[in-house]
Design a protein around this ligand. Structure first.
Ligand code: NAP
Length: 337
């Protein structure tokens, strides 16, 4: 397969100081090495850009090791097997694997998952609504936050990949009220008009506590936190007794260069007997099957909608990543390769 002997990839050339900039990244062309036993060569079709990658660009200890300077970045991708030395995967298979940020990847078959067959969805959906962000929404709402029918739910980052699915799953499972926050008037309209949220507000429009109170006058039983900071503080005010918080992400502080202070009203958690529970989606693989069954069904019958913001070309992957952090996406941000 001589046409796959070189590949362009995106290397990290410097660790971002605050917000990442294009010069932190470099697109280079490299030789594709030899295919080892038990590996497949994958021509990537779509790669994901995700908020957690920002943390891996810092030289800091975390639940995933930092990216190395001068080497390719990595992250979820879906592509087609073009050469196989695996007993399990054949040429033509579509696989999801962790070696994105490059056009061609040599992947151990143990790290490549055949994409489940779900009718009428694009390949890119396996990086979003049917992939890691989708499972995050499903597991975080239903298991981490112990959602129950009749709960009033607030989700921040509501127009993004995870948040847009949280709100819709809550609606489909019988929430009494679904409220979202996002960063523009167009996103707010999208949440209410297209995704069926009961209320939504733009977090740029003044006090979050006041806006949340107006949107959920009877309070909230569940807060799905994608943003942290002031959003968490406002949610602590609005939560009812026995309320639950799924601590999923804190994107408002990912570019901070100094540690951000915690919410000033955390002691409310005592009197209201709140549960605040952090989670990482990789611990919820046991929910993958029911997740795919339920969400696949909702997509098929049109009751769950998903958006994707698609940026074309590996050379624009840094722009897609920087843009996603700044809110350029509605739904899942992916790069088409
Ligand atoms: P996303 O929501 O599709 O994209 C990120 C969004 O964050 C942007 O579109 C932007 O939308 C918003 N944002 C950026 N800066 C913000 C700020 N200062 N305040 C409020 N919103 C801001 O990303 P995603 O993949 O669905 O991830 C959402 C969250 O879930 C992230 O915190 C991520 O780290 C977390 N996550 C956690 C897990 C886990 O296992 N725990 C797994 C996946 C994702 P606006 O225009 O609305 O500002």
């Amino acid at each position: 397969m001589p046409e796959h002997r070189t590949s362009r990839q995106v290397n990290l050339v410097s660790r971002p100081d605050g917000e990442p900039v294009e010069s932190d990244f470099e697109v280079v062309e490299v030789e594709v090495g030899e295919l080892d036993d038990g590996h497949v060569m994958v021509r990537n079709r779509f790669m994901s850009v995700d908020p957690y990658m920002r943390g891996r660009m810092n030289d800091a200890k975390s639940y995933v090791p930092p990216f190395a300077i001068g080497e390719a970045l990595a992250g979820a991708a879906i592509g087609e097997v073009v050469e196989s030395r695996s007993d399990d995967l054949a040429v033509g298979d579509h696989v999801v694997h962790p070696l994105g940020w490059r056009e061609v990847a040599l992947v151990p078959d143990s790290q490549a998952q055949r994409a489940p067959e779900i009718a009428d969805v694009p390949l890119s959906a396996h990086l979003g609504v049917l992939g890691m962000p989708g499972l995050t929404a499903y597991a975080g709402l239903l298991e981490v936050a112990s959602f129950a029918e009749g709960d009033a739910v607030f989700v921040s980052g509501a127009a993004g990949a995870v948040g847009s699915q949280v709100g819709q799953i809550a609606r489909l499972k019988g929430a009494s009220r679904v409220v979202g926050s996002a960063g523009s008037a167009a996103k707010i309209r999208h949440l209410i008009d297209d995704l069926g949220f009961d209320a939504a507000f733009d977090y740029h429009d003044g006090s979050l506590t006041r806006q949340l109170r107006d949107a959920a006058p009877d309070g909230i039983d569940v807060y799905f936190d994608n943003v942290g900071g002031d959003h968490l503080q406002a949610a602590l005010h609005a939560l009812t007794a026995g309320g639950r918080v799924a601590l999923c992400g804190a994107i408002s502080v990912y570019n901070d260069t100094e540690p951000a202070p915690g919410p000033g009203n955390l002691t409310l958690a005592i009197g209201k007997q709140l549960t605040l529970r952090g989670f990482i989606v990789s611990s919820y693989d046991h929910l993958r099957e029911p997740f795919l069954d339920e969400v696949g069904g909702w997509i098929a019958d049109g009751s769950l909608r998903y958006e994707e913001t698609v940026v074309e070309g590996i050379e624009r992957a840094p722009e897609a990543f920087i843009g996603m952090l700044a809110g350029a996406n509605t739904g899942k941000m992916v790069v088409s390769l």
